[in-house]
Ligand binder design. Structure first.
Ligand SMILES: *Cc1c(COP(=O)(O)O)cnc(C)c1O
Length: 365
């Protein structure tokens, strides 16, 4: 527990830490938003008060993430998991191929859904290497008539991230950026579609952000349910039906916070510093701790590591919990330890974890 404000050292993988300032502001405005005598949750999504919140959040995301004019920002529901289905449902015609790059469990899940609609093929995979690395750009094989190429920019479970994205030319590149969106500047123009569940870097769960290039909308399949078509939400400014208004309000507040931190460049610098504190301990531990990801594929969001001694690993997790660190258990599918240091996790928490790891090693070596 941080001594200054009773906040846990929260390294949860998602939902995850939100900025304290944002939570406090939401609390202060909860029962009477902007003098309306009601909370943002209690008012019409068609009224001016909510619409301003909604449109400002879209505008702010466009500005912060440097999203070009020819893209739409959508707020959807169903999580990143529904995007696994919506992407092929909209853009993968029967008999057509799409290329999937497998870098972890989330990409596998995306591939599985695509099989229901067309013929996805594996463009590259690091599965044989237990998903410790991102495949080299030269290994990626796709065809010029693919409907799209799909990748996962940050692998939340394995702790790997792309440093450089493939150039797919005229083939639309689609990315699941759920666990690293807004953690660093990205050249959005390389992508035809980016999607992200909000609950890691953008806000609470319940909102899914989609950034879609307008020309892609024209390629959409016509015979699919209205709610599952991107054009429905693009044409309706994500107000075709009732959006998750409170989640979008919170997302807007998180974006204001990112702006106040100096924007995405400043956040990225801080993220490198934060993850570096923990990777340094791992690298200087003489093998007491070892990372899952190969150093050149390391994520700055999810730091995955193990202890050489399995019994000690259990003890490490138990003592860390006792010391007030939350969420350090690795994903149930892989075990080990994982520290998720998303945008809102303060440097102070990463420093505290680094210090704890050094002390633990001293005690138990
Ligand atoms: C968390 C996560 C998901 C799943 O998100 P939901 O919103 O729970 O569907 C998908 N992809 C990645 C990379 C994630 O980190």
């Amino acid at each position: 527990m941080s001594t200054t404000n009773n906040r846990a050292y929260n390294f949860s993988a998602g939902p995850s830490a939100l900025p304290l300032e944002v939570l406090e502001k939401a609390q202060a405005e909860l029962v009477n938003f902007n003098g309306t005598g009601m909370s943002i949750m209690e008012m019409s999504h068609r009224g001016k008060v909510y619409e301003d919140v909604h449109n400002e959040a879209i505008a702010r995301l466009k500005k912060l993430f440097a999203i070009p004019e020819n893209y739409e920002v959508l707020f959807l529901q169903g999580g990143a998991s529904l995007q696994f289905s919506m992407v092929p449902m909209n853009f993968l015609q029967e008999g057509k191929k799409a290329s999937y790059i497998l870098t972890g469990s989330w990409s596998e899940k995306a591939l599985k859904e695509a099989k229901l609609f067309g013929e996805p093929v594996i463009a590259a995979s690091s599965k044989e290497n237990k998903y410790r690395n991102i495949p080299a750009l030269s290994e990626i094989q796709f065809n010029s008539d693919d409907a799209y190429v799909h990748l996962t920019s940050n692998n939340t479970i394995y702790g790997t991230a792309w440093n450089e994205f493939p150039d797919t030319g005229d083939v639309p590149l689609i990315a699941d950026m759920s666990s690293d969106i807004l953690s660093k500047p990205v050249d959005v123009s390389k992508f035809a579609l980016i999607y992200a569940g909000a609950q890691k870097n953008l806000g609470p769960s319940g909102v899914t952000v989609v950034i879609i290039r307008k020309d892609l909308l024209e390629k959409e399949n016509k015979n699919i349910p209205t709610m599952l078509k991107y054009t429905t939400h693009a044409e309706g400014n994500s107000l075709y039906n009732t959006p998750p208004t409170f989640g979008i309000f919170m997302l807007g507040e998180v974006l204001k916070w990112v702006e106040a931190q100096g924007g995405v460049e400043a956040i990225a610098k801080r993220n490198v510093e934060k993850a570096g504190l923990i990777y340094n301990v791992i690298d200087n531990s003489n093998g007491f701790y070892y990372g899952h990801a190969t150093p050149e594929s390391r994520s700055h969001m999810n730091i995955t590591f193990r202890l050489a001694d399995e019994e000690l690993e259990k003890q490490f997790l138990a003592e860390a919990k006792e010391a007030g660190f939350v969420g350090l258990n690795g994903h149930r599918s892989v075990g080990g330890c994982r520290a998720s240091a998303y945008n809102a996790v303060p440097v102070e928490a990463c420093q505290a974890l680094a210090d704890f790891m050094v002390e633990f090693q001293k005690k138990h070596q």
